[in-house]
Design a binder for this molecule. Structure first.
Ligand code: ADP
Ligand code: MG
Length: 717
């Protein structure tokens, strides 16, 4: 249902969201109605249980999808994929196909559905794609629904979610390793679930819900600032008198124009079957948040990419620009993406949800311990998965989690860890009776209410919330890492238990083995758990004492992907070969350098072509005043002093810009050296330029300042 159509209806019979939810996706009912029953069942096996796709049904499915898409007015189709640029990519083909006799028909074959062949040469490959062999393939991921993406004028394109690999089958995208990691974690979780006595589960899935923070600024003002236009963040800007100190924005009433924007986004997302649930003002002025209900991780990640796309494009229709950057403005909060993650069986049991019965409790504690172990062993890789030049502005900046990866558990669970470590079993006296047999594991309260916003990885009742993820980044990579490292822990635990008790142990024996195992795991890995203030200097000191890695920036964080440990982790679970992992690390490093270089060049250009001319004009005006005052025979030491001060500020800016220019010229060739160069030379030089600019902005006449200031951007619209 389009907005116009909705508006034309009387409000009493306005369509309900549930009526058009998913109407632009080829899934559920649409599939059931349009596919022959056998084909439907066959495809569902792939969608629901991950059974490999049966190619023989492709033509029938393609034909049904084509009819459905054409009925909705689609003219083109595309393989929609996620190359390593961090964005999505699509190459459109028309359904229209000439018949050779001057006429045309619409065509879409099974082959076109299943496989595409985009030229891979213009996507980052980290050295995987040889220049002489540019072929890349996209392959249909039937586990994520095909959908119709609306353009600004209502035109629709059929999008087929696909994986993107090189001609050698190596991953060139985000989805391929993600799907592999989902398989890995599923396999070992299922093994463990079965060992612990669950007879019903046939599959384990990872679930994901991502809260998205963003800023909305006036589009006209946005376009007047080269830094926002090119880099998506402000590179200069003096602090306005008011920031977020009044705490009057968070959860405040949503401004009407913003609400109109949010409603249209929701409408567009509902059509695409994306279950957005919450919307609210965030902490900083002009900062907002949207969150969906969680879904299977693969679908949630495709949906997350679409959420970012819809936010950006709908914003334009409302006169806004949506800034997804991690730190658009200095001095106020940046934006993150809380990555809520859990594991669940196909029978619907959330494995990280503490239950009342002991059996599930045991399961919960084992999975909890597996995550703790995984984060402790692979904190460095987890940290690297969210490293970017953008996110560096947030992490550790006293508004976002620190760069030290630790786990927040809350008081109750911490107490349980204490008990487990002591090897004691707190008895439950439910119903007044002590159960000395099975109830030897502690009872866990279902809802731990504590929330600690300073922790990067928090247990929040029935899921883990990875809060260090950046707002503009694809969540595919952090989830790939999370799934893989947890798969490794689950494998380790399952294998150790099997060794001790066999595959079908009697309950008593199993429980004793689990208890012993939990004791060991807690003892060894609980150093990664920390409930206190993650921003504090004491924690940094304490974390160092505990031997936890602390990589303050991307430059220090990325080498974790090049270690033997990382190679072993990803290759053992078939997620990434050493070559694929190396390529990814290299791309992340390249992107870091490119981003900083673009920012530095943008800053230099703004200084040369906008700020310096403006301040020289201001200097001229001031000099004229001094000359005129002197000419009038008036003694004017104050005015002269102001001119002297001003000239000194301008000179500081000139020198700082020169230093930046020199740093930009002195580039390195080896990628590791380039990263270091940008980190230790270019970024600090940009900081000095900014300081000088901001000092001048505070004293230059407002009518001369060439770009919109922070107050306008944050409060004028
Ligand atoms: P907040 O963290 O702001 O308090 P909620 O706890 O309600 O908000 O949930 C945040 C996100 O976590 C939502 O997207 C929600 O769907 C998601 N979520 C809830 N349960 C799970 C789960 N089992 N697996 C993954 N995500 C979940
Ligand atoms: Mg949250």
């Amino acid at each position: 249902m389009s907005k116009q159509a909705a508006a034309s209806m009387n409000t009493h019979n306005a369509p309900r969201a549930s009526d058009y939810f998913g109407s632009l996706t080829f899934s559920g009912d649409v599939m059931l109605k349009r596919l022959p029953p056998q084909v439907f069942m066959n495809l569902q096996r792939t969608v629901q249980s991950g059974v490999p796709l049966d190619r023989s049904i492709a033509n029938t499915v393609a034909s049904a999808i084509k009819d459905w898409a054409l009925e909705h007015g689609a003219t083109h189709y595309c393989h929609w994929f996620q190359p390593l640029t961090g964005a999505t990519a699509e190459k459109h083909d028309a359904f229209l196909s000439p018949t050779g006799d001057g006429g045309a028909i619409e065509k879409f074959s099974g082959d076109a559905l299943i496989q595409g062949e985009p030229d891979a040469s213009s996507f980052p490959s980290g050295g995987i794609r040889d220049t002489y062999e540019a072929r890349g393939y996209t392959a249909w991921d039937a586990t994520s629904p095909v959908f119709l993406l609306r353009g600004a004028d209502g035109q629709k394109t059929l999008c087929i979610p696909t994986a993107f690999v090189s001609w050698t089958g190596e991953a060139l995208d985000q989805k391929t390793p993600l799907l592999r990691s989902i398989d890995a974690v599923s396999k070992h979780a299922l093994r463990l679930v079965k060992l612990l006595g669950d007879t019903k589960a046939t599959n384990v899935i990872s679930t994901l819900g991502c809260e998205q923070e963003y800023f909305l600024v006036d589009r006209e003002l946005f376009r007047e600032r080269l830094d926002l236009l090119i880099c998506g963040r402000t590179l200069v800007g003096a602090q306005p008198p008011k920031g977020q100190q009044m705490e009057d924005h968070y959860f405040g009433s949503i401004p009407e124009p913003v609400l109109a924007f949010m409603s249209e986004c929701e409408e567009r997302l509902f059509e695409l079957g994306i279950p957005v649930k919450t919307r609210h003002n965030e902490v900083a002025p002009r900062q907002f948040e949207l969150a969906p209900t969680f879904e299977k991780a693969n679908v949630a990640i495709d949906h997350q990419m679409t959420v970012m796309h819809v936010l950006r494009s709908v914003a334009h229709r409302h006169g806004f620009e949506c800034l997804l950057h991690e730190k658009p403005f200095a001095g106020i909060n940046g934006s993150g993406k809380h990555n809520n993650w859990s594991l669940s069986t196909d029978s619907g049991a959330n494995l990280l949800d503490p239950r009342d019965e002991t059996h599930s409790n045991m399961q919960f504690l084992v999975f909890l311990a597996a995550v703790i172990r995984a984060v402790d062993l692979h904190a460095d890789i987890l940290r690297a998965s969210i490293a970017s030049a953008h996110n560096d502005h947030r992490l550790g900046a006293n508004e976002a989690p620190p760069a030290i990866m630790s786990i927040y558990l809350g008081e109750m669970l911490t107490d349980i860890l204490d008990q487990l470590e002591r090897g004691e079993a707190k008895r439950s006296n439910q119903g007044g009776e002590l159960d000395l047999g099975a109830r030897t594991l502690p009872q866990i309260p279902r809802h731990s209410s504590d929330r600690n916003r300073t922790s990067p990885f928090a247990f929040t009742g029935n899921k883990f919330e990875f809060r260090a993820v950046g707002s503009s980044q694809s969540v595919a990579w952090p989830n790939t890492v999370l799934n893989t490292m947890v798969a490794e822990s689950l494998d380790f635990i399952a294998t150790s238990l099997e060794k001790k008790v066999g595959k079908n142990p009697p309950p008593g024996k199993l429980e004793a083995a689990v208890r012993a195992m939990l004791k060991e795991l807690v003892k060894e890995h609980r150093r990664v758990c920390f409930d206190g203030n993650g921003y504090s200097a004491e924690w940094h000191a304490e974390a160092a004492k505990r031997g936890l890695p602390n990589f303050p920036s991307t430059a220090e964080a990325l080498p974790a992907l090049l270690t033997k440990k990382a190679q072993k982790l990803f290759s053992t679970y078939g997620v990434l070969s050493s070559r694929e992992l190396h390529a990814r690390a290299e791309i992340q490093m390249e992107q870091y350098c490119k981003l900083v270089q673009i920012e530095a060049r943008t800053l230099a250009q703004m200084v040369h072509t906008q700020i310096m001319p403006a301040v020289l004009r201001a200097q001229g005006e001031l000099a004229d005043v001094v000359a005129a005052t002197q000419h009038a025979g008036v003694n004017c030491p104050d005015t002269e002093a102001s001119l002297g001060d001003f000239v000194r500020l301008v000179s500081t800016l000139r020198k700082a810009t020169e230093v930046l220019g020199t740093a930009l010229l002195r580039d390195e060739t080896a990628i590791e050296k380039r990263v270091k160069h940008f980190r230790s030379e270019v970024i600090p030089a940009m900081g000095e330029v900014r300081k000088a600019c901001d000092a001048l902005e505070r004293v230059v006449s407002a009518d001369l300042w060439p770009i919109p200031c922070y107050a306008e951007l944050l409060f004028a619209s």
